[in-house]
Design a protein. Structure first.
Length: 148
């Protein structure tokens, strides 16, 4: 049995989501893996950077491309705690990411609902540690509502 399975890496993405939560950011975390090694890790930084494009996936794409020394991520897997939005799915298309694995679905703004194209060679797996990924997001938004 491979210890470096989808759940293992999703737990790493959840650690990133927790870091976002701790900063008051929407708790979404992402890691990019190449040959069982994390080459990019990130969490939402939209509030910290005052930048609507600073999603976890976008930050992780940049880190992974930097690590590899090239813009294409063909042999890589993106693990992200929330289904990517249109922007992040579009970026995954241009990066030619090999695989996307996400935890919680995004029923309003997720790329599958909005029918956003991803690269035809990209494999998608959904629902990995979905409960854990959803819990942190729900907790965050309940706390935000109660503060306002």
């Amino acid at each position: 049995m491979n210890p470096f399975d989808d759940e293992y890496f999703m737990k790493k993405a959840l650690q990133e989501a927790q870091a976002a939560y701790d900063k008051g950011e929407v708790p979404v975390g992402a890691v990019i893996v190449f040959k069982n090694q994390i080459i990019g890790r990130a969490h939402n930084l939209t509030e910290t950077l005052n930048d609507v494009t600073a999603h976890a996936e976008m930050q992780a794409f940049t880190a992974a491309a930097d690590y590899l020394g090239g813009k294409y991520l063909k042999g890589c897997t993106l693990y992200v705690t929330l289904e990517p939005c249109q922007m992040c799915a579009g970026a995954s298309y241009w990066a030619q990411i090999g695989k996307i694995v996400y935890g919680a679905s995004e029923p309003k703004l997720g790329f599958t609902v909005l029918d956003t194209r991803i690269h035809p060679k990209t494999t998608v797996i959904s629902g990995v540690l979905e409960e854990e990924c959803s819990f942190l997001l729900k907790k965050f938004f309940i706390e935000k509502r109660n503060l306002n």
